[in-house]
Ligand binder design. Structure first.
Ligand code: EPU
Length: 431
């Protein structure tokens, strides 16, 4: 897996032929956060149902660089154990490559009383500042300095619990602060916390190991700080990836004869299910699966308005795949991206394929459909837009090359193998 790899896709030319089942992996945006767990534990901790994606490889390297022992105990299980003295410094080049590295700062700071980290990089989807993190840890008593290319947060006496109001309900700020507060002295209250279900899963596991976190999944989370945790041999089972489930469902709505997405929590993708249903897509929803079938011959789906919103609203991460869907629906659909200001740039690539998408400003676009798509050579600017281009390539006429497979690999394990089993003609090529 590298920057020089691409996906070559032979499009279905609008036919709906995909068939079978596809199971959903562990959630990227839960497992990357869980890589911060080891700093909260007295001895080791184990993660299970870990997807094999580029970002988990990078997090493994970051943890190893800080002195944490990481052992892969089976295809999907990792065991973490501190090997000796832990370093408070996140390796510069690695941490700059993925935004999720920022989730380490709370647990590292609370355990080691210091953390050194570069401005985290990641997908090019807008500004992505870290002011909320810095303000929050200042409230818990940390001081900030900038030393060379590093931010350094120090709390020589340890973090001290305090009330914190988040200006924006940032997902990773909520999670790193919640985890960091587990080892703080006294009580921390996070108000305007992010509501994503992954935060609940993290809190439930930490609570089962001795943490005292209340209210995860609600706008107010209260954490009573205490000592290092003890897993007692329990493992964190990474919950299913709702963004994978949503991506596969959108693909199914466009290209499936009969596709079942299994091992998911349908409730977590309610906004996608509802949007597809109002467009006219026939869906069946079970307790851990969703089935999508092709509609009657000649049926045209209706356009729907999409406004991204923090959970439980329509996820920004599914905005790009949804726009591909909207290129195939009748009429005009407004897309309003409210979370990130740079997350519509990929629409240019869809227009090259024949879509009719007009951007009004960096947050709003209208999609006119239906327009047949033609295969092209494209490179997605981020994980989700990369996957959206893969979907566009699948429904297009002719061949598409989606360059920089690395982006898709950051979030989706073996996409070519898994989609290939459904009947997609996709191969990884090295240039
Ligand atoms: N924000 C600030 N200051 C901060 C932090 C955030 O202004 O200090 C702003 C951001 O600029 C943005 C908004 O707050 O406008 C929300 O960003 P948030 O912090 O919630 O995003 P994140 O935590 O960096 C996570 C996911 C993203 C996902 C977003 C939104 C992880 C590792 N990343 O990012 O996932 O898009 O939440 O749901 O959990 C992806 O998986 O492809 C991905 C980019």
């Amino acid at each position: 897996m590298s920057h020089t790899e691409s996906f070559k896709i032979k499009g279905l030319g609008g036919k709906r032929t995909l068939e079978g089942t596809i199971s959903v992996n562990g959630a990227k945006n839960a497992v990357l956060q869980a890589f911060a767990f080891p700093f909260l534990f007295k001895s080791g901790v184990t993660l299970e149902n870990v997807p094999h994606i580029e970002d988990t490889d990078r997090m493994t390297e970051i943890l190893e660089g800080m002195g944490m022992g990481v052992q892969k105990t089976s295809a999907k299980s990792f065991e973490f154990k501190a090997k000796g003295t832990l370093s408070p410094e996140l390796p510069y080049e690695l941490a700059r490559r993925l935004r999720a590295s920022i989730v380490l700062i709370g647990p590292v700071l609370s355990r080691l009383h210091e953390v050194r980290f570069p401005h985290p990089g990641g997908c090019v989807i807008g500004n992505r500042p870290i002011d909320i993190f810095l303000d929050a840890f200042a409230k818990l008593g940390a001081t900030l300095s900038e030393e060379g290319d590093y931010y350094v947060l120090r709390a020589p006496q340890g973090l001290i619990g305090a009330p914190v109001y988040l200006r924006v309900p940032s997902v990773t700020a909520t999670q790193t602060l919640m985890m960091g507060a587990v080892l703080a002295k006294g009580t921390t209250t996070i108000k305007n916390a992010a509501l994503e279900p992954e935060t609940i899963a993290l809190a439930d596991f930490l609570n089962s190991c001795g943490a005292k976190i209340k209210g995860a999944g609600t706008p107010t989370i209260t954490i009573e700080g205490g000592d290092l945790l003890d897993s007692g041999g329990k493992a964190f089972n990474v919950p299913p990836d709702r963004l994978e489930a949503g991506s596969f469902l959108i693909l199914g709505a466009l290209a499936a004869k009969d596709l079942t997405i299994t091992g998911c929590i349908p409730e977590h993708i309610d906004p996608v299910i509802e949007a597809l249903r109002s467009a006219g897509v026939p869906l069946e929803v079970g307790d851990s699966w969703v089935r999508v079938k092709s509609p009657a011959e000649g049926t045209l789906y209706r356009g729907v308005e999409i406004k991204t919103h923090e959970y439980p609203g329509f996820p920004t991460d599914l905005q790009a795949p949804m726009v591909v869907f909207l290129t195939q629906t009748e009429g005009e659909s407004l897309v309003f991206e409210t979370i990130f200001e740079g997350r519509l740039g990929y629409t240019e690539g869809l227009n090259k394929m024949g879509a009719s998408i007009k951007m009004w400003d960096s947050h709003r676009a209208t999609v006119h459909g239906p327009t047949p798509l033609k295969g092209k050579e494209l490179e997605g600017p981020d994980i989700r837009a990369g996957l959206a281009y893969v979907i566009a390539g699948i429904i297009a006429t002719g061949e598409s090359t989606i360059r920089n497979a690395y982006y898709v690999d950051r979030g989706y394990e073996d996409i070519e193998g898994r989609l290939g089993k459904l009947g997609v003609s996709i191969e990884r090529v090295t240039e």
